[in-house]
Ligand binder design. Structure first.
Ligand code: SAM
Ligand code: SF4
Ligand code: F3S
Length: 429
């Protein structure tokens, strides 16, 4: 079971790979000998969900002796506290223990284990088992050095480390040879790829190299940091045919005062100039963002500056969050002084503003022809395919007899809903 972001989803591939290599097999929970949960702690709500899930596993533990292992970011942060709070958990393992998971589970059968040491994790050469044949994640940087004042990630994932260009190219090439048609490059800040090691970012070079070595696979990447997203990266996106025109560029706040207190390293003007340049260089780019309301000291004026930036930037979509103090971070030392009611109210206003922009961005697609990657049958309506454009917009279209999962298709967009598009199949490529 996986909670949290794409990092965790990808870590689950390593865990499945390591367990598979050790002879474990996946099964339904009711028949399982062990349950492995990968956790998130970016906000309190993620932690609460984990404790809820753990409570629901208790009867299985008491009935069949299910071994329960909890790993990932929250396990890294809480360690023995988690063991104390959930006495039916057998194994707690951190974000750097994935290769040892099989040994930890077997130690867990004879006594409780807590392993949260950090460092020395190498992703190359680790076995992994992917959930899908056509889509894969490739970590290019792990950890984070940015220390945004509200964020727990650097504390639970460790310092930023880049893999080598050769490792990334080799791994991507191997995936493509195995039939993968969409590769997602992963990092908390992909734009700083190899900067620490080589003194300058090589991310644009990496995109161009992957364009030459793996032209048959779509390349997506998350997450970009506005401070490090530069002209050369924009040029690489537009020049490299298989790199998708989608950029997730978290703004977090539209107020310079709040951005400073968040330690984000850019201001409104700088962000606006970047996205103007991005749209000039990559005209059909889709731009999404993350926004936080209720950061300590955020006034109504600060919040209105965020609303104003949302209008100015005209994001295609946005993830909106209520600030949540994370123990150990710099912001958590400041009073969490925006009342809950005000936070809720601001979130509603912001969500409404971004909803309107998303609807406008989607209706702008109606009448166009788009190339899409088909991800599988829609969960809501299995009679339709679920696919995404190069700009990451969700498109549904009617299923026929052929299995189009993992195929690239041309569709005509015929209508737009609040969160997705409806299309007609033109051809399968
Ligand atoms: N590295 C990415 C970045 O810089 O955007 C992802 C960081 S985090 C996994 C995803 C988002 O969670 C952040 O962009 C931020 O908006 C939000 N977030 C992080 N810490 C938060 C907190 N303490 N309270 C509310 N939202 C938070
Ligand atoms: Fe957190 Fe900032 Fe790093 Fe993103 S860049 S993971 S928000 S510290
Ligand atoms: Fe991701 Fe949550 Fe960890 S967002 S990096 S799983 S704290």
């Amino acid at each position: 079971m996986t909670f949290g972001c794409q990092m965790n989803l990808h870590d689950a591939d390593f865990i499945r790979g390591a367990l598979d290599a050790a002879g474990w097999r996946e099964s339904a929970l009711e028949e399982a000998d062990a349950a492995v949960l990968l956790t998130c702690c970016v906000r309190q709500s993620a932690e609460n969900r984990l404790y809820g899930r753990l409570a629901s596993l208790k009867p299985l533990k008491e009935g069949s002796g299910l071994l329960i292992a909890v790993g990932g970011c929250m396990a890294q942060k809480e360690g023995v506290n988690l063991m104390r709070r959930a006495p039916h958990v057998d194994v707690v393992f951190g974000t750097h223990q994935y290769p040892d998971i099989a040994a930890l589970l077997s130690r867990g059968t004879s006594g409780r284990v807590c392993a949260t040491a950090m460092g020395g994790l190498s992703l190359s050469g680790q076995p992994r088992k992917r959930r899908e044949d056509f889509r894969a994640w490739v970590t290019i940087t792990s950890g984070c050095d940015n220390f945004c004042s509200y964020c727990i990630v650097p504390y639970v994932r460790g310092r930023e480390e880049s893999r080598t260009m050769e490792e990334v190219v080799e791994e991507t090439g191997e995936l493509v040879r195995q039939g993968v048609r969409e590769v997602n490059l992963l990092g908390q800040n992909v734009n700083s790829f190899r900067r620490k090691e080589e003194g300058r970012s090589r991310f644009a070079d990496l995109l161009r190299l992957l364009g030459r070595c793996c032209p048959e696979a779509w390349i997506r990447f998350v997450t970009s940091h506005p401070r490090d997203f530069d002209t050369d990266i924009m040029l690489a996106v537009t020049e490299t045919a298989n790199v998708c025109e989608y950029v997730h560029l978290p703004l977090q706040s539209g107020s310079d005062r709040v951005l400073g207190a968040m330690n984000r390293g850019y201001d409104r003007q700088g962000y606006l100039e970047k996205i103007r340049e991005l749209r000039r260089i990559v005209p059909d780019v889709t731009l999404s963002t993350d926004l936080i309301v209720g950061f300590p000291g955020e006034t109504e004026e600060d919040f209105e500056a965020t609303l104003e930036m949302v209008e100015l930037c005209r994001f295609d979509s946005a993830f909106t969050f209520v600030y949540n103090p994370r123990e150990g971070t710099a912001a958590a030392r400041r009073p969490d002084d925006v009342p809950r009611r005000v936070k809720g109210e601001r979130l509603r206003r912001l969500a409404e503003a971004t909803r309107v922009l998303t609807a406008a961005s989607l209706s702008g697609e109606v009448g166009s022809e788009r190339t899409v990657m088909v991800y599988g049958a829609s969960r809501k309506d299995p009679a339709r395919w679920s696919a995404r454009t190069r700009g990451n917009k969700l498109v549904h279209f009617q299923r026929g007899d052929d299995d189009l999962t993992g195929r690239i298709a041309r569709v005509r967009i015929v209508s737009a809903g609040s969160w997705s598009l409806h299309g007609e199949l033109l051809e399968v490529i």
